[in-house]
Design a protein around this ligand. Structure first.
Ligand SMILES: C[S@@+](CC[C@H](N)C(=O)[O-])C[C@H]1O[C@@H](n2cnc3c(N)ncnc32)[C@H](O)[C@@H]1O
Length: 356
């Protein structure tokens, strides 16, 4: 069975690791190929039912969209590729997932240079599905582009065509549904979860996000780990209240300690030894002058040293990565790892450090 899965560009390896663990597979039973940024083709070399894949969609914390491949083939740049896509779809058995009553839609995407558009692709693939259902049931299946029951993905990446059945539904799985308060610079929950994985968080540890905003990082932690204590701090009463609202909506409120406080003096507010600080500080260069940001990072790093346990590490996401790394080295930290990730259209870095 082959799957098409999307995640945050830069976190593909973390997603593959998560799949191996969720499906309880030996690593040699899964082949992964990154088709383009954040889009992975997974070949499962074991028997899996479609129900296993539905469970995977329910349990993954890193996937955005999951689809099961029904057909694939080679296409080119020219218009004849649309006929190839039609033929491949007709032979894909897509009609087995429909009947005369179920509504469907095709969501098409095209990456690369082609003479046809994604709308052309959707039309040809959609027509093949209609023709296949007519052939099987003698009735035209109802198309509903706004609220379809069944979604098919038609994807062309360069010279490869895929038809796939969407398992994860219309909405990207990063939309968790607990975001009652929408912080203006909120992190995607899938990125927040990825940062917790990079922090290598273990059950029984103490976590702090000293610039928590709407609380995405601590909420993802409370939902997925059995931690001893989770501290969520922000200097803004409005954002801290927002984080509390989100925590209530995600049923994690009781697991989190909320603190109105200043990350530059974190040691004055948090008396526990902290094993992991995972945070998403401000980095908007338009909003804040770099000089201010340098001082904020430097003061936070100095203060953090006073509360970190002997296992203590910091995982931070910032677009101001050079500035942060300079300040981290000056403040006496080792840089353990860095990775580039796309946050929306912004290239940011996730940096892991620990005191020397
Ligand atoms: C990029 S936002 C965090 C967004 C958050 N990760 C989310 O998903 O909603 C940065 C936050 O840092 C807070 N902040 C800025 N300076 C701070 C300081 N000195 N101490 C504590 N919080 C601070 C801001 O109020 C803002 O909410």
């Amino acid at each position: 069975m082959k799957l098409l899965i999307t995640t945050n560009p830069g976190m593909e390896d973390l997603l593959v690791k998560e799949l191996v663990s969720l499906l309880n597979l030996r690593t040699d039973k899964l082949c992964a190929h990154v088709l383009n940024k954040g889009r992975i083709l997974i070949n499962l070399l074991v028997n899996m039912s479609i129900n296993d894949i539905f469970l995977l969609a329910a349990r993954s914390n890193l996937a955005h969209k999951i689809s099961m491949v029904l057909a694939e083939g080679n296409v080119s740049k020219d218009m004849r590729s649309l006929d190839i896509a039609y033929e491949l779809t007709l032979k894909s058995c897509a009609e087995n997932y429909l009947n005369q009553h179920l509504t469907f839609a095709v969501r098409a995407e095209r990456i690369g240079e082609h003479e046809y558009t994604s709308i052309d692709l959707a039309k040809h693939v959609g027509q093949a599905i209609v023709d296949a259902v007519m052939e099987k049931y003698g009735i035209r299946p109802p198309v509903n582009l706004d609220h379809p029951t069944v979604i098919f993905d038609a994807l062309v990446v360069g010279s490869k065509f895929f038809l796939a059945l969407r398992i994860s539904g219309e909405e990207s799985l990063h939309k968790r549904g607990y975001r009652i308060y929408d912080h203006p610079a909120a992190l995607k929950p899938t990125i927040a979860y990825g940062m917790l994985q990079i922090a290598d968080l273990k059950d029984g540890e103490v976590l702090l996000d000293p610039m928590c905003g709407g609380g995405t990082i601590v909420i993802e932690a409370a939902r997925n780990f059995k931690l001893k204590n989770i501290y969520c701090m922000d200097i803004s009463p409005k954002h801290l209240k927002g984080a509390m609202k989100n925590a209530i909506a995600s049923s994690t409120y009781d697991s989190i300690v909320f603190i109105l406080g200043d990350a530059r003096k974190a040691n004055e507010y948090v008396k526990d030894r902290v094993d992991a600080i995972v945070t998403n500080p401000p980095y908007g260069i338009r909003m804040l002058r770099r000089k201010y940001l340098r001082k904020l990072y430097s003061d936070f790093l100095k203060s953090a040293k006073n509360i970190l346990s002997n296992k203590g590490r910091i995982v931070i996401i910032t677009a101001e990565h050079s500035l942060f790394k300079e300040e981290a080295l000056k403040a006496g930290y080792n840089i353990l790892s860095t990775r580039k990730v796309l946050h929306g259209n912004l290239e940011v870095e996730i940096i892991k450090i620990k005191p020397t």
